[in-house]
Structures are given as C-alpha cells and as structure tokens.
Write a protein that binds this ligand. Structure first.
Ligand SMILES: [Zn+2]
Length: 271
C-alpha cells in the first residue's frame, strides 16, 4: 500500500549524499521524484526495501565523513590571511554565494534539493530590503558571512584603513542583528584586497579573506586555473536571475570531478 510505503531513502540520507554513498544515492535521487507521491504504478522497484537500508532512519543520521587536513593560517602582524583555495587531499569543494540581490524561493529550494551547504557572503545594501529571506537558509546548513555594507568595489583604491574598517565592522553588527551570528569570513567586493583591508578585516574580528579560483557565472563555469574543479576549490556564485543555470553548471562540474560539497566553515573549524 502506498500509505505504508517507506519514504524515499533520500530523505534520510541527504547528508550521506555528501559522503560515502556517492553514486548509489545519486541514482536513488534520480529515481525518487516527489517522495510524497507514488513514482510508478504496480511496483516498488524504484525503492529499496527497508531491510536494505538499515541505517536510513531518522534517529540515526549519518555523520559527516570528511576530516579536515587543512589548518587556516593565523592573523600575523595584524593582517588577516587571504585564502583563494583550500590545500587539501580530501575530495571536497566549497560553494559560496555572494551579494543577495535576487530573492526568489527557487534559490533556496534548489540548494535544499541538492543538499548543498553554502557560505553566503551578503552585502547589507543588497539584502536590507528583505533580510528575512536569508534567514531561511540558516536551516539548510548555510552560514552568512561578511561582504561589506556598501559593496564598493573600489574601496581598496578609494578608502583608507578606517573607512574600510567602518564598512566591514558595520556589516558585522548588521549580521549579528539580523541573523544572530557574527561572521568569521570576509569577501572583498570585486575580489581586490590590500594590506589596509587585511588589517581592517582582522580588526573587525574576522578570521580570513576568502577569494576564489572558480566561479559559476552566466550559466557556465569559469576557472582561473585549469578547466575543471579540483579538491579544495572555493566556488563563487551570486544571487542573480541566472541562479538556477549557474547552480546547474556548478553541479555538473562538481559531479564530473567526483567532489563533495561541504561547508567551508566546517572544514576550517570555524562553524
Ligand atoms: Zn559581491
């Protein structure tokens, strides 16, 4: 009977999708569709019998499977470290999404469907019309980080230390006010940084500047190094109208590379 049908295993193994089950769970994902409805008439074939999934119970969630082999460099001489890629042998990749200009339910739904954790580098000027939209991401293993108040892409050239600090520290306070957590990572608008910015970032209590070598943009992947994702890559995306196409491009690259999406802050021990 459908009423007694075991739920799609995906519901219980979403975290494990990032871990050991790999292709098997992906195959289940493609077979399940809407877990609330029958997927075929007259057969249970798309679903594994309960006896085949002894660990797939709500009371025994799978644990994270990757242990970090990377240590974040400390602040030295008052300067925050700049990280463009995580040096790791683990088959992991990190998804980061910036700014916050578009705010459509589909964006969160896609991340939830794929069970992608992500670091959101948000800008007050982009989100202040609807900050509550981003609170929902916190329930899907995402964290909100600092991408300034103003998103002045010329701040390194135009502003000295104190003005940069005001903008960065102001976003720290806004994030605490809106989301109840003080960010630990900073992404410069446009990616440019300087020692004055590194000093301001450290003074604002942040642990590192996070840049990138790969991005999902205009529905395709762009790589500063090579032509595929590598273990430890930090991938940049944006909240833009092409969000779904960008995420699809990232997903294709992530799966082709055999990498698992994990939360950057988890891997850095900062979550
Ligand atoms: Zn930005």
């Amino acid at each position: 009977m459908w009423d007694n049908h075991p739920p799609c295993p995906l519901q219980f193994t979403r975290r494990a999708t990032l871990g050991a089950l790999g292709a098997a769970v992906v195959a289940v994902l493609s077979a399940c569709g809407d877990p609330g409805k029958p997927v075929a008439s007259g057969t249970d074939a798309p679903f594994a019998p309960e006896s085949a999934t002894p660990t797939a119970t709500p009371t025994a969630p799978p644990k994270p499977t990757f242990v970090s082999d990377y240590t974040l460099p400390p602040v030295v001489d008052g300067l925050a470290p700049v990280i463009t890629k995580i040096d790791t042998k683990q088959p992991v990749v990190f998804l980061t999404i910036d700014d916050g200009n578009t705010k459509t339910p589909n964006e969160l739904q896609l991340l939830a469907d794929y069970d992608y954790p992500c670091s959101l580098f948000l800008t007050k000027s982009a989100i202040q019309d609807k900050p509550g939209f981003f609170k929902d991401f916190l329930g899907h293993h995402c964290l909100i980080e600092n991408h300034t108040i103003s998103h002045n892409v010329n701040m390194v050239k135009q502003w000295g230390y104190q003005q940069q600090l005001n903008d960065i520290a102001g976003m720290q306070d806004y994030a605490v006010q809106q989301f109840g957590r003080r960010p630990v990572l900073f992404r410069p608008p446009g990616g440019a940084y300087s020692n004055a910015m590194r000093a301001a970032v450290a003074a604002a209590g942040l642990k590192a500047i996070i840049t990138w070598e790969a991005k999902a943009n205009a529905g395709r992947m762009d790589y500063q190094v090579g032509n595929s994702l590598r273990p430890g890559d930090i991938v940049l995306m944006h909240f833009r109208p092409e969000f779904a196409a960008d995420l699809a491009a990232f997903r294709a690259a992530q799966q082709a590379a055999g990498l698992h999406v994990v939360l950057l802050e988890d891997f850095l021990g900062l979550a």
